[in-house]
Design a protein around this ligand. Structure first.
Ligand code: SAM
Length: 350
């Protein structure tokens, strides 16, 4: 099981850069008044104040490419670690040979992230003896080096009953009543090929009521936020702590013509709690078990009484800790849904 941007088994998945999002007038954006403007890729989009100590990266134009060769039975664990380390997507070049690539932005977080990742990979050797064959190389690449190759592997997909997710560059023929969600995910996670995303999209189809308010935590490409708006949400707030994902998500919001209902912020949940953008009726968070457990108290505060959280991005061992953290946050887990090895937990705010 892999958790990457797009998951064909037959070839590499790479991610292209995107042009900056179109500049938009603040006056057209609800919730903008009173929020301080921030520098760095925000354009005129509404901003929320950053938590103390968090800075934007120095550059999003260069990435550190990490190449690993791991035993096939360790692939899932390794891709999980790579994702946790902050890679937007993981490329499985050859599953049978265990060849994996991932990209981290070259910014002030890089050396800390690499050191933590190396340590965690070393810890895995105890569980996967073949991991002693692990080869790790790191090199810096510019966006253009891998700009177009991955596009060959992202094709239209039907998800749930009504959604047709398609690349911006491919023609589609929707069936009657189908909603076409156009995406250029670029470096960000979220094409709809990953089980954890599919679980969220299916949940959105089931849970969205006309005009409801939605929070998408860890929006990546913006896929869930855009889907929520298309399915009838009245106001969607999308967050990410990766500025490149924020930029890409905004572009996808505009491409799908839902910018009147979806606003993307470079922020974490706790940044929102004092802005009036929360609490909401429905929150979807496709993160990892560790992050979900960490942000559970904020997710609890971001939901209205009776509101629902869909927490996705877990494999089995991570679920109990997330369930406990959600309960401590005042949420009542109500449902567990699975696809492949991935699990999403639904929980209600009391
Ligand atoms: C697995 S991707 C999900 C993307 C998309 N929502 C989907 O379902 O395909 C997780 C995203 O969460 C972001 N993220 C990680 N920790 C976060 C946090 N504490 N607050 C907000 N976003 C976070 C990452 O940068 C990444 O873009």
């Amino acid at each position: 099981m892999q958790r990457g941007n797009s998951l064909p088994r037959s070839g590499p998945v790479l991610v292209p850069p995107l042009p900056p999002p179109p500049r938009r007038s603040c006056s057209k954006v609800p919730n903008c008044a009173g929020l301080p403007a921030r520098r760095g890729g925000e354009g005129d989009w509404p901003a929320v104040p950053l938590s103390p100590g968090r800075k934007e990266p120095l550059s999003d134009m260069e990435y550190c490419e990490i190449c690993l060769v791991v035993p096939p039975d360790a692939l899932e664990a390794v891709t999980h670690l790579l994702h946790k380390a902050g890679t937007g997507g993981v490329v499985i070049d050859d599953e049978s040979r265990g060849e994996v690539r991932a990209y981290l932005p070259r910014d002030e977080r890089l050396s800390r992230r690499l050191a933590a990742l190396r340590q965690e990979l070393e810890d895995l050797v105890a569980f996967f003896p073949g991991m002693s064959e692990l080869r790790q190389t790191e090199r810096f690449v510019a966006d253009e080096d891998w700009a177009n190759a991955w596009r060959e592997h992202f094709h239209p997909m039907r998800i749930g009953r009504r959604l047709l997710v398609a690349p911006t560059w491919e023609a589609v023929q929707p069936r009657s009543g189908e909603l076409v969600l156009r995406l250029d995910p670029g470096m960000a996670f979220g094409t709809g090929t990953h089980a954890s995303t599919v679980l969220c999209l299916r949940a959105l189809e089931e849970l969205i009521r006309p005009g409801c308010t939605v929070l998408d935590v860890g929006t990546g490409s913006g896929i869930l936020a855009v889907a929520a708006a298309m399915l009838g949400a009245g106001a969607v707030t999308a967050l990410d702590i990766d500025p490149l994902a924020v930029r890409i998500a905004r572009q996808n919001v505009v491409v799908n013509g839902v910018e009147d209902r979806v606003h993307v912020h470079y922020a974490e949940v706790r940044d929102l709690l004092t802005t009036g953008l929360a609490p909401v009726q429905l929150c979807v968070a496709n993160l990892t078990a560790d992050i979900l457990a960490e942000v559970a108290p904020d997710l609890g505060r971001a939901l209205l009484p009776g509101g629902t959280l869909v927490a996705s991005g877990m494999v089995g061992p991570g679920v109990p800790a997330v369930q406990s953290a959600l309960q401590l946050a005042g949420l009542r887990p109500s449902r567990e849904v699975r696809l492949d090895d991935w699990i999403a937990v639904w929980a209600r705010q009391r």
